[in-house]
Design a protein around this ligand. Sequence first.
Ligand code: ZN
Length: 182
Amino acid sequence: MRHLAASVVVLALLAAGCTYALADETTRWACGPFRYEINPEGATDAQIDAVHRAVERYVAVTGRDAQFVGLTDQRRSVDPRPLDAPVLIEWFWPDDVTFSRMGFGEAFAVDGRYVGGSVYLRPSESPTPAWLVERLTMHELGHVGGLLDVDDEQEIMNPALTVDEWGDGDTVGLLLTHEPCA
Ligand SMILES: [Zn+2]
């Protein structure tokens, strides 16, 4: 039923016209728990709570369950992790990432299927407010979910982060990059 419902939502939103961009037209996440870990170093408790809320709002779109594996001291850039390890969310900025964004997210694919990902949130001297961490994490999880940035300011995938709800385009994009949960 959920498959049918998701298809109807996609068709209705496509008919209405909305903006989304897929990193890859055919790569999908399988239905199954969205497993994630957090490296809490440098974050406040309120920021960590905001990350959990963002994950819940991400899986709510895709029909998956969130599975918090736990806190970790691993860094994606330091510790070798398999591509299909739980998605690691960390407050860390790699030296070789030169653009001036507040965060970035990436998805890892194997054989045409997304299997994992990573989210980097830029540490700052004055803590980023929790509401903004939540919005930012949703945006970066959109990248983990296979979406690209868009110009439409009604979408979370606009890098200006002007809205705090998934837009129609975000919703269509995430439904297209996730195999339906039966
Ligand atoms: Zn982005």
